[in-house]
Design a protein around this ligand. Structure first.
Ligand code: DX5
Ligand code: ZN
Length: 206
């Protein structure tokens, strides 16, 4: 299982946190972007992210919690981005966004909130590389894992397509047991509020 680490909730500042994540064997640096519209909080500008990711050698897994994802694609495509993920609930025409992301040669993900059903993604699944299943309401780190989303993982895996299934929110050494069939998990506060990032990542892998 791949591990993507989110740095928005940490004991240290972003720069130090990203450096510590970089020393681990995490597969991706998960970059949460909040616009203050799709979600209440607004966090980083692109300028800030561009400066921060200089401290990382990891591939980026960018999660746009933004009303107008199209606005961000060109910028984020310039970074070391492997997956660029937007929210299904935020857009009218997902195909347009998928094509735009693919036009930069990067992989496209679609994220769904806890209340959004997997069925809504059916028209798009053959055209994307990741489904990011939210196990908390998007908007902040450190929330409690919602175990009733776990059935979505099997539903998606049964669709037998080429995308990976990733789960984001409230993942720790216990809640990971609900999502063993996922291909990737995003973990933030469990790793970054600890003193030993690698040990926490090892716990998630085992
Ligand atoms: C939630 C974000 C998540 C979150 C992960 O809106 O998309 O990536 O910060 O952090 P934890 O693991 O603390 O839930
Ligand atoms: Zn996220």
């Amino acid at each position: 299982m791949k591990i993507s680490v989110s740095f928005i909730k940490s004991k240290y500042n972003e720069k130090e946190t990203i450096k510590l994540i970089d020393k681990t064997d995490a597969d991706y640096l998960h970059v949460d972007i909040m616009d203050g519209k799709f979600v209440e909080q607004k966090n980083y500008s692109f300028k800030e992210i561009k400066r921060l990711v200089k401290y990382s050698t990891k591939k980026l897994d960018v999660h746009l919690m933004c009303e107008n994802p199209s606005k961000y694609i060109k910028d984020y495509a310039l970074l070391n981005t492997q997956y660029l993920t937007f929210h299904f609930e935020a857009v009218k025409n997902p195909n347009e966004i998928i094509n735009e992301i693919h036009s930069y040669g990067i992989k496209c993900g679609i994220s769904i909130k806890p209340s959004t059903l997997v069925e809504s993604l059916k028209p798009y699944i053959n055209n994307i590389e990741q489904v990011l299943v939210m196990s908390v309401e998007p908007g902040k780190g450190g929330q409690e894992f919602m175990s009733d989303i776990a059935f979505k993982i099997d539903q998606l895996q049964e669709m037998n397509s080429n995308f990976i299934v990733s789960v984001d929110g409230g993942i720790n050494n216990e809640t990971i047991n609900h999502v063993k069939n996922a291909d990737m998990v995003v973990s933030g506060s469990y790793v970054c509020l600890s003193d030993n990032y690698q040990e926490k990542i090892d716990n998630l892998r085992n």
